[in-house]
Design a protein around this ligand. Structure first.
Ligand SMILES: Nc1ncnc2c1ncn2[C@@H]1O[C@H](COP(=O)(O)OP(=O)(O)OP(=O)(O)O)[C@@H](O)[C@H]1O
Ligand SMILES: [Mg+2]
Length: 533
């Protein structure tokens, strides 16, 4: 029982204390995280509603260390009831619909409410959210806080607003921040986002008022990721048991075929036979032992990989293009691995490697990380994608590294993980966890692209060596030609040209030609003879 020494806090209060977990641990990171959360949401909402995204981002400096962020989209908008909860309480979102999940940028129901929480904590000011759905006559602007004690929205005002947009959402939050223009800047985030989301039109106005336009390059929405049931391989026992208790299926066999991805009648029978469980039993009546047997049987049953249409990868071609648009390269190679699963969640790894050109010959190779088409700009060291790159012996792929470190050489590596649930190391969604199945795929993907890099580098080195030989030979050519010319000149060594041509190699022929020229001009020959004497 509760007493005066014990107290339960709300999730908002917890994150108010632990905002570093959400990516708000310093002012420059906080500004970037805010832009990222709002832009992610806009892209998700547009894609879900089959709308080609048009997003406007503005960052205004109010006074030193204080900024206003405005992100406006042409998405579906939200109705009043949903909006208040979605923006005014943490852990509320539209992305928890099924256990299997769906590939999206957001997944926790925390992102935008955390931005509002951070804003109110550092400035005391409420956020302003404007939204309009296509069946509403007017837009409405909500001025709101989050009530930290209860994790509930606290709406101070909600007024009808004249808004030219037919539908969309606009988020305005003031916050403490610091504007940087490094590799971890809002500009860099937006640029990289635009590159891997060529269907989006994004404009960005920076604190100096400069407008950066990232036009739409592709007039088609990416393939829509389907909502997916969990894939049985890797579903942990606790979840499996909970699913059996909660299912609406009447028989154990239909529980397997209805509630899981890629389990048809045949596969279900194999699982049931291996587990020695009757298919007719009501799932709710299964004993712990029976559930354990079934869970074990799943591990030994061959089950098809999750279907490819549950994920929306960037695609090898677009990935290579994105690299080439950013760097002037001699070589690039991109690959998309087939989807596979970790803990029942489908995922897919894509890798692109660019080489040479303007890239730094000596320094460390560059790494661009993406998860579900979102650039990851922080926590590089703790990310499985980085660890994957470091685990490779790059000597075998045309670059160099000492064990466990980044490769050096003129290379840029892009890694993308697409999943219905990306396992981030924390709620700030900046780094991917090191699940063995994921690490393995990352390694295989890098090695696959690496093999092409290796053969390119090898060819280049070979061509380089031949060029070196040719240059060396050129250096001696005049001398050798001189000597041959001398031979031609001497009566006893008269060589029949035709005969010689039949039996000589290309190099000898060109030597002979040089020698003949020298002989007929006489000049060089004299010099050589003088030198000889
Ligand atoms: N611009 C927007 N347009 C339409 N709906 C939105 C928009 N922004 C947020 N939402 C809705 O609000 C919900 C909460 O957003 P929030 O960013 O807090 O969580 P999330 O995106 O679900 O997950 P994550 O914490 O991983 O970002 C979303 O699930 C979505 O339904
Ligand atoms: Mg979000």
């Amino acid at each position: 029982m509760a007493d005066e020494n014990h107290k339960q806090v709300s999730v908002a209060e917890f994150f108010e204390k632990n905002r570093h977990l959400l990516g708000f641990n310093n002012p420059s990171k906080a500004l970037l995280t805010s832009v990222k959360e709002a832009v992610d949401n806009s892209l998700d909402a547009c894609e879900d509603a089959n709308i080609l995204p048009e997003i406007e981002v503005k960052i205004q400096e109010l006074k030193k260390g204080k900024y206003r962020m405005i992100v406006e989209d042409n998405g579906p908008g939200l109705n009043r009831k949903v909006l208040e909860k979605a923006f005014g309480s943490l852990l509320f979102g539209s992305k928890f619909r099924s256990i299997g999940g769906k590939q999206g940028r957001g997944q926790q129901g925390i992102g935008i409410s955390a931005v509002i929480l951070y804003g109110q904590l550092t400035t005391g000011k409420p956020a302003k959210i404007t939204s309009r759905t296509s069946n509403e006559k007017e837009a409405r602007e909500y001025v709101m806080h989050i009530d930290v004690k209860t994790n509930e929205p606290d709406v101070l005002a909600s007024d009808v607003k004249n808004w030219k947009k037919e539908h969309g959402t606009r988020v305005e939050v003031e916050m403490e921040g610091k504007y940087v223009s490094t590799k971890q800047s809002p500009y860099e985030f937006i640029k990289q986002t635009a590159v891997v989301n060529p269907h989006a039109k994004i404009t960005y106005t920076d604190p100096e008022g400069k407008k950066h336009k990232f036009p739409r390059v592709v007039d088609k929405l990416p393939r829509k990721a389907k909502e997916l049931k969990p894939h049985p391989s890797g579903v942990e026992y606790g979840l499996f048991k909970r699913m059996a208790k909660d299912t609406s299926a009447r028989s154990t066999k239909s529980f397997l075929t209805n509630d899981f991805d890629k389990v048809g009648g045949g596969t279900a029978n194999t699982i049931l036979e291996t587990a020695k469980v009757e298919g007719q039993i009501m799932p709710k009546l299964l004993s712990d032992d029976q559930l354990h047997e079934m869970h074990e049987a799943i591990k030994t049953t061959k089950i098809m990989n999750p279907s490819t249409d549950c994920l929306s990868p960037i695609g090898a071609e677009a990935l290579a293009k994105s690299l080439e648009s950013e760097y002037d390269l001699e070589f690039s190679k991109a690959i998309s691995r087939n989807p596979t699963v970790y803990r029942g969640f489908p995922f897919q790894v894509e890798v692109a490697i660019g080489y040479g050109g303007e890239l730094d010959q000596e320094g460390s190779a560059k790494l661009n990380r993406f998860s579900n088409k979102v650039p990851l700009l922080y926590e590089e060291g703790s990310c499985a994608l980085t660890k994957g790159v470091k685990s490779i012996t790059w000597k075998s792929y045309g670059l160099h590294n000492s064990s466990g470190s980044m490769p050096t050489g003129p290379a840029v590596i892009v890694i993308h993980i697409a999943s219905t649930w990306v396992p981030f190391t924390s709620e700030s969604k900046a780094a991917v966890s090191n699940y063995p199945a994921i690490s393995k795929e990352i390694k295989l993907a890098i090695q696959e692209a690496g093999r092409s890099l290796q053969s390119y580098v090898r060819k280049k080195r070979k061509a380089g060596l031949e060029e070196e030989k040719r240059q060396k030979f050129k250096g001696y050519a005049t001398e050798v030609a001189g000597a041959v010319a001398k031979l031609i000149a001497k009566d006893s060594y008269k060589i029949k040209k035709a005969e010689l041509e039949k039996s000589t190699t290309k190099i000898e022929k060109s030597l002979l030609a040089t020698a003949e020229t020298m002989y007929s001009s006489g000049k060089e020959l004299d010099e050589t003879e003088e030198e000889d004497e």
